[in-house]
Write a protein that binds this ligand. Structure first.
Ligand code: ADP
Length: 373
């Protein structure tokens, strides 16, 4: 993957009306807190660092050929990347009920770029697309048949990342992706697994929403739906309260009572905090259990891949996750450490490779733009 010429980010977690802008390019980097009211204004300030100041890498914004966007939900209609037009924007809008936390921001980004860059080709790359060809049996929930007709099905997410790391894994082991069965583990704030067979996602742990499957930073992952019925009946919970409870107050944060950040929770565990230990134990238990499910859907396994914040950086998670699969021939090296480069952490004669791959969603989106335009 080529090094990016420039990259920039906006951190909106400062106090109301303030945004931290960081940008790097031309061997320089800048960081500043700006008074910024809305997304469009923030994006404009960010884009300006391409043509202005120490991080300048372009003479003019008209040098930009295209803008690619990660759009979380493409529904049943959009199963490949697509050039954005009014119809595509209307579809992203229509799909907001399926991704209320993400699709509105994606749409804002697209419209802000129109405002900043004018009539430039823009491409939507959908996080659901990689999973869209999953077998019906994996995609269908065993509720009433009406759900099938209503589009209540497994969509799956993190597709751009799962697809990128699967291809990269094939390159690393020097084999054709079409011949491989891969288990890809995207473990960040949001966590999901995918079963990638012959280059296609045949199963994944996230479902109708990004709430299903693994335990996450502040999301519960799968729980007995009967718990929700119980909370509604006995405690009078509303839909909004359940949404907050399951998405923001559960997972590592909920169980540990400390943080949604794996680093802090592990640190507390090492200092003897019992709730932190429980949180990590449950995280690992659920991870292994779901890994087992994905391996069953694959019917074999050439490599397990770890990616995203936790997956790229936590030897403890690699070790404890893989311990469950020694019987399948997954054997890790004794000395495990983080590295800047992608690495194979399995011993030379391990029957299954174990790869740590830095996900490159931006590069995957750029490639989708190149492919389409
Ligand atoms: P997002 O899903 O928001 O893109 P990231 O992929 O950046 O998130 O992952 C964030 C998670 O990665 C956090 O839980 C953080 O604790 C974890 N993480 C980052 N560095 C480390 C590390 N060195 N060891 C363990 N966990 C880490």
């Amino acid at each position: 993957m080529p090094e990016p010429l420039w990259r920039a980010a906006l951190d909106w977690t400062h106090q109301q009306g303030q945004v931290e802008l960081s940008a790097s390019g031309a061997g320089e980097s800048v960081q500043q807190v700006l008074p910024i009211a809305d997304k469009a204004e923030g994006l404009e300030a960010m884009v300006k660092t391409l043509v202005d100041g120490p991080t300048q890498v372009l003479d003019s914004l008209s040098d930009i050929d295209a803008v690619g966007h990660r759009v979380v939900h493409g529904g049943r209609e959009y199963i490949d990347s697509v050039r954005i037009d009014d119809q595509v924007k209307a579809a992203i809008q229509r799909l907001i009920p399926l991704a209320p936390a993400h699709n509105p921001a994606n749409l804002q980004g697209i419209e802000a770029m129109e405002g900043i860059l004018g009539d430039i080709p823009q491409v939507a790359v959908f996080d659901t697309a990689f999973h869209a060809r999953m077998p019906e049996a994996a995609a269908t929930y065993p509720g009433p048949y009406a759900w099938v007709e209503q589009g209540i099905r497994r969509y799956g997410f993190h597709g751009i990342s799962h697809q990128y790391v699967a291809q990269r894994a094939a390159d690393m082991v020097g084999r054709d992706l079409a011949d491989l069965k891969l288990l890809t583990c995207h473990l960040g704030n949001g966590c999901s697994l995918a079963a990638v067979k012959g280059g296609l996602s045949v199963d994944t742990t996230m479902g109708f929403t990004p709430l299903e499957g693994l335990m996450m930073g502040s999301r519960s992952g799968s729980v007995d739906p009967g718990i929700l019925i119980y909370l509604i009946r006995q405690e009078g919970y509303s839909a909004d309260q359940l949404d907050t409870l399951l998405n923001k107050e559960s997972g590592l944060k909920g169980l540990s009572g400390l943080s949604n950040d794996m680093r802090s929770v592990v640190e507390a565990m090492e200092q003897g905090n019992e709730r932190a230990r429980l949180a990590v134990d449950v995280f690992i238990h659920r991870l292994r259990r779901e890994m087992g499910g994905m391996i069953a859907s694959l019917g074999g396994l050439e490599a397990v891949v770890f990616t995203a914040g936790i997956g790229e950086n936590s030897p403890l998670v690699w070790q404890r996750a893989c311990e469950g699969f020694e019987f399948l021939g997954v054997r890790l090296k004794d000395e495990l450490g983080r590295a800047k480069e992608d690495q194979d952490i399995a011993v030379a004669d391990s029957r299954v490779r174990a790869l740590v791959i830095h996900t490159q969603e931006e590069w995957a989106i750029a490639q989708a733009c190149i492919g389409l335009l």
